[in-house]
Design a protein around this ligand. Structure first.
Ligand code: FE2
Length: 303
């Protein structure tokens, strides 16, 4: 099966400080080259006699297959990372940056420092959702092969020289700063939401189960601070906990099954439940959040 080159999802003339010439060359020659290598390798693999091929040839071609495949896939994530250059809106990813790095600014500082440290060398800087640690992590990736086990990359910064030399020469630092101005945060947030959703599908609790025996559960409102402050009511009996500070309050919870809810039952509540689970707490998230709870006329009380 031939792997197809994915077209750019944005107008390459629309970026701020990254030229269409740079993006076009990168997409056509480097990403496209990786896809073409991958297809050539896969074609050769199809006809390989595994029983008679020497181990050193199998080692070599499987190594090259991995390099070509991950180069193609990480380039696709890189181009998906670029686009609107808008601001990060309050929500799942902004909560995660504060929770896992202290603040969005500290995440930026760490991510860009890893990129700048690769100046004169090469590699990727990835921000990934780790299902092992239930958090976002920034990490280095060399030779297209050093990915974080069990993690889903959310953002990708290409630090190979071909990604910037046309516009920036050897000034890798300016390239990193310019890259950060061109991130499509809405799409990044959507990728984060999907990654968390896949990791938490077994942690859902329907509202009927909570309503059937409310005393059984400790119900926690984990809407982000801004959403909670703007709200007038909470689910009856619930208390609010800041999802950005789960590390601080998780150790003081009573020994009781926990149900957390956010606005819609998406990544804020799901990630909080997963983090509590990793600390040995019997925690799940409420399907549909307080939005569906309220629409079904379930009991709420004023804050
Ligand atoms: Fe590249």
């Amino acid at each position: 099966m031939t792997y197809e080159i994915q077209p750019l999802a944005f107008d390459p003339t629309s970026l701020n400080g990254l030229s269409a010439k740079l993006i076009g060359s990168h997409h056509l020659n480097n990403y496209g080259g990786a896809v073409r290598r991958l297809n050539a390798i896969r074609s050769e693999l199809t006809g390989l006699d595994w029983s008679s091929t020497p181990g050193y040839r199998i080692n070599g071609i499987k190594r090259e297959e991995l390099i070509a495949a991950n180069s193609a896939f990480l380039h696709e994530l890189y181009f998906q990372t670029l686009g609107a250059g808008d601001s990060l809106k309050p929500g799942g990813l902004s909560v995660a940056f504060s929770r896992d790095f202290g603040s969005f600014e500290r995440w930026c500082n760490e991510f860009s420092a890893i990129g700048k440290a690769l100046a004169g060398g090469s590699g990727w800087v990835l921000c990934s959702w780790s299902t092992q640690e239930n958090r976002l992590l920034n990490h280095w990736s060399a030779d297209h092969t050093h990915l974080l086990g069990g993690a889903t990359p959310i953002l990708a910064l290409d630090m190979y020289e071909h990604a910037y030399h046309i516009d920036f020469g050897a000034d890798a630092s300016s390239y990193v700063e310019t890259f950060l101005l061109n991130i499509d945060w809405d799409k990044a947030n959507a990728r984060y939401a999907v990654a968390v959703e896949h990791a938490t599908s077994d942690l859902a609790v329907p509202s009927d189960e909570v309503l059937a025996d409310p005393e059984k559960f400790l119900v926690l409102d984990v809407r982000r601070a801004g959403a909670y402050e703007a709200a007038k009511s909470v689910i009856t009996g619930a208390t609010w906990r800041d999802p950005e500070r789960v590390e601080e309050w998780s150790s003081s919870l009573p020994a009781k099954p926990v149900v957390v809810y956010c606005v819609y039952g998406h990544e804020v509540g799901r990630a909080t439940a997963a983090i509590l689970r990793s600390k040995g707490i019997d925690a799940r998230f409420l399907v549909g959040g307080i939005h569906d709870w309220t629409r079904a006329d379930r009991p709420v009380e004023e804050k």
